[in-house]
Design a protein around this ligand. Structure first.
Ligand code: APR
Length: 390
């Protein structure tokens, strides 16, 4: 098959790109390893930034999100027995998050793609990507070879596209944090009202709203600890200890499911294109997993690339495509710096010889400033909510 743009991976990045291009009259082939059912079921992050929602809305891709998502404009920090509310929407000119599970957004995007006439290829793992420095790129998967003007790797951190680019071109910069997070889906007796971050001498714990009956919880654990060392009872004990506060008020945690481990690492490629091949989303950068920036950065990449490709095909202007990598990296590093700072605030230092209470007392000082009005909390609010435009 020959097409204008080939896309590997039907996550948020690949699907947003495919929808916008197809509606602009550009031909697209999108190839996904998993079945449609599997991608529509995959539970992932669910905090969508203000600017991402505005972009999706402007492209008529946010109907489900706006109808069924829930707006969130504050978060609570627990620490040293205090509960401090950060009303970030009020500080960011009304910019807030929408809570909408990623798999619902993915389902909506697949529907929109099909309505626009797209025929995504599901259950077709791409086995080879040919990424020449000049000339047309190609991908191969069972029963299909696609040749394209441009090929975009939206196939995540372990995808084949990034692996097909010369390592010297990508020039990855990686970082390993000295702890990991346990991730748990918890049944709750009522919805979690807002994101709760607990800093605690036993380590960080977090609780995030998902649906009326489900919360996503996080528990800081030693680096490289396996999930098998965390039976339900141990997880429950840690959640209780770390989330308990003077004011309480959190929903009761029932059955725990889906206990997994999030390895805390980041990798950012220093160049996101090579010849006619581009990287977007997790394939381009795995960000520090605090503040739910992964999916938002993935959509932001897709938005920039979609706009750049439309300018190429409609106006014959190649400058936007040539600037994609530099433009996105500038934004991505800004987001990474924010997420890295937030991770440092949330997690209890497991290295260093000092008294852990010294570290906690310092954290509380930062949190107090986030909860007060002033330039510090205003800057946090804008970055956290993703105020402004993509
Ligand atoms: N062939 C075809 N598809 C592939 C291949 C392959 N060889 N390898 C991976 N994929 C698919 C995956 O099955 C997945 O559906 O690429 C898709 C990548 O999607 P995501 O992982 O959702 O990545 P992205 O669109 O960049 O969105 C990033 O999703 O991973 C979360 O937390 C992350 O929120 C962030 C967001």
């Amino acid at each position: 098959v020959r097409t204008q743009v080939a896309i590997v991976g039907a996550g948020p990045a690949g699907l947003v790109l495919a929808c916008v291009l197809l509606r602009a009259g550009i031909s697209v082939e999108i190839v996904e390893r998993q079945t449609r059912e599997a991608v529509e079921r995959r539970a992932r992050a669910g905090l969508v930034e203000h600017r991402v929602v505005e972009y999706l809305r402007a492209h008529r891709l946010a109907d489900g999100l706006v109808a069924h998502g829930v707006r969130h404009g504050w978060c609570d920090f627990l620490g040293l027995g205090e509960r401090l509310r950060v009303d970030y929407a009020a500080r960011a000119g009304g910019a807030a998050h929408w809570v909408y599970p990623q798999q619902f957004l993915v389902r909506d995007l697949i529907d929109a793609l099909e309505t626009a006439g797209g025929r995504p290829h599901f259950a077709r793992p791409v086995t080879a990507v040919h990424a020449p420095a000049a000339g047309r790129p190609r991908l191969r998967c069972p029963g299909l070879v696609v040749e394209a003007d441009y090929l975009v790797g939206c196939d995540g951190q372990h995808g084949v596209t990034r692996a097909a680019l010369p390592a010297a071109v990508r020039d990855d910069l990686s970082h390993r944090y000295p702890y990991d997070w346990l991730t748990v889906l918890a049944e709750v007796d009522r919805p979690v009202e807002g994101v709760v971050y607990a800093v605690h001498e036993r380590g960080f714990a977090g609780m995030m709203p998902r649906t009326a009956q489900l919360a996503r919880c996080y528990v800081q654990i030693p680096a490289e600890d396996g999930a098998e060392r965390w039976p339900d009872e141990r997880v429950r004990r840690e959640l209780d200890a770390r989330l308990r506060t003077a004011h309480g008020g959190l929903p009761h945690i029932g059955r725990l499911t889906d206990i997994g481990v999030l390895r805390m690492r980041s990798t950012i490629s220093q160049r996101l294109c090579h010849g006619g091949v581009f990287l977007a989303g997790d394939a381009a950068h795995l960000l520090a997993p605090a503040g739910a920036k992964g999916m938002n950065a993935a959509v932001a990449d897709a938005a920039d690339l979609a706009d750049s490709l439309v300018r190429h095909y409609h106006d014959g202007d190649d400058a936007p495509l040539a600037g994609y990598s530099a433009r996105r990296l500038e934004q991505v590093w800004r987001v990474q710096a924010f997420s890295d700072w937030l991770l440092g605030l949330l997690n209890t230092s497991t290295t260093g010889a000092g008294d852990v209470r010294f570290d906690l007392r310092l954290k509380l000082e930062h949190i107090r400033r986030l909860a007060e009005t002033g330039p510090f909390s205003t800057d946090f609010a804008h970055q956290y909510a993703g105020a402004g435009e993509l």
